[in-house]
Design a protein around this ligand. Sequence first.
Ligand SMILES: CC(C)(COP(=O)(O)OP(=O)(O)OC[C@H]1O[C@@H](n2cnc3c(N)ncnc32)[C@H](O)[C@@H]1OP(=O)(O)O)[C@@H](O)C(=O)NCCC(=O)NCCS
Length: 210
Amino acid sequence: MVILGAGGFAKEILQVVEHNYANEPLAFYDDRTENLPDLLFDKYLILKNQEELKTYFLQHGPNFIIGIGNSKARAYMIQMATEHGGILQSAIDKNAHISTYCKIGNGATILNNANISNAVQIGKATLVYYNVVITHDCTIGDYVELSPGATLLGHVTVDDYTQIGANATILPSIKIGKHCIVGAGAVVTRDVPDYAIVAGVPAKIIKYKE
Ligand SMILES: CC(C)(COP(=O)(O)OP(=O)(O)OC[C@H]1O[C@@H](n2cnc3c(N)ncnc32)[C@H](O)[C@@H]1OP(=O)(O)O)[C@@H](O)C(=O)NCCC(=O)NCCS
């Protein structure tokens, strides 16, 4: 098993991976950060280029998990690792509360105390942090990041590559476009267009992504 990334979110997901994939050898992958040690926590190898990743997949199996928060980087790294023979896996914490009647796409990373209700759909490689609440009939796209404590009330839609900030609340039936950012602590009362960055209570557009 390889966790793609060796930074903040990679460390967050480690405990889930150690628990769910206890029988597989584990390494991290980071080809960007300079001066990384060879081992993380004096224990896990850090692979530092694509050649090492490819060799690791061949020698230890093709499974990988995405350990990066940024949506675009998640998509890029998944494609890169897949091209080198990797197979994307999900990592769902045993203490996440996930209803029977919801659909979760491949490669999801879901942390402790997330609550996902019935009739929810979640796309590919979405990140659901600690204490996120997703209530009934919400639809979440691909590569979305739901930060700690975010609350999505019924029938909310969040499109691909959007980040919902920590402790933001999205009121029922609101539609949030793709590539948006909802600021930490925002209360979103109106639909949000693609690429908009909104913040505040009630949330207002403060700018658009370039
Ligand atoms: C909304 C956000 C994306 C804006 O970041 P930014 O583009 O760097 O914007 P700035 O910090 O320059 O702030 C622009 C203005 O919005 C205000 N603002 C920024 N974030 C805000 C927030 N969460 N709530 C209310 N106002 C906010 C700033 O005070 C500033 O106001 P001013 O122009 O009157 O001085 C960011 O502040 C944020 O909240 N990100 C979410 C972080 C998060 O939850 N991460 C989770 C990681 S797990």
